[in-house]
Design a protein around this ligand. Structure first.
Ligand SMILES: C[S@@+](CC[C@H](N)C(=O)[O-])C[C@H]1O[C@@H](n2cnc3c(N)ncnc32)[C@H](O)[C@@H]1O
Length: 189
């Protein structure tokens, strides 16, 4: 249990969207599904306390670029301490101006820890439009969802929006070694 994470959940449960960070097994599955190893430019949305970031850093090519965006200033301060060689910005991902990071046509892969099922449809939509616009053609957008929550109304809305926006959406097997168990949508542009 990460106390920073749990405290931020108590402070703002909608944005934090979970009581505990993702597990090592989910992080490994995420980094593989998103194709981080062969990416030149990686965007991470909602890194939180860095569960996926640690695994991204292990896998990222030494000359590849990384940008992490989280709305929570406590998380951003801790991420900057933990990963001094990676670049983080505190912002709402749907409103951030990505223009100075869009070298060579955009990001090859976008790894997301965003809490979709906790977000209203208007924000889900704004985020997906932004994500699609900054992803390179042929790029991958990978985002996890908790098993079961994906059948709740906001989870279903997200699934419909994702399938409407991206031509191809695949699912990884469920990662049971996570609290709660989760799987990953892997959407290709
Ligand atoms: C469920 S936590 C995931 C944290 C981490 N990736 C993990 O898997 O343990 C969701 C994260 O998304 C961030 N977040 C929520 N809405 C956001 C938004 N609109 N833009 C950027 N970050 C956001 C929260 O601050 C939080 O760090």
């Amino acid at each position: 249990m990460s106390w920073t994470f749990f405290r931020e959940f108590l402070r703002n449960c909608q944005n934090t969207g979970a009581i505990a960070p993702s597990s090592q097994k989910l992080a490994e599955t995420m980094v593989t599904a998103a194709g981080v190893a062969k990416a030149r430019r990686v965007l991470e949305l909602g890194p939180g306390t860095g569960a996926f970031t640690r695994e991204i850093l292990k896998t990222l090519a030494h000359d590849a670029g990384y940008l992490g965006i989280d709305v929570n200033s406590m998380f951003i301060a801790s991420l900057r301490d933990q990963f001094p060689n990676l670049h983080f910005e505190q912002a709402e991902a749907q409103h951030f101006d990505y223009s100075s990071f869009l070298i060579d046509g955009g990001f090859d892969t976008i790894v997301s820890g965003l809490p979709w099922a906790a977000l209203p449809e208007s924000i889900q939509n704004a985020l997906l439009e932004k994500i699609f616009s900054v992803l390179k053609p042929g790029g991958v957008f990978a985002t996890f969802v908790y098993k079961g929550i994906h059948w709740m109304p906001r989870g279903q809305k997200f699934r419909r929006l994702l399938k409407r926006r991206f031509p191809r959406v695949e699912l990884t097997p469920t990662v049971w070694e996570n609290l709660p168990p989760a799987f990953i949508y892997v959407a290709s542009k």
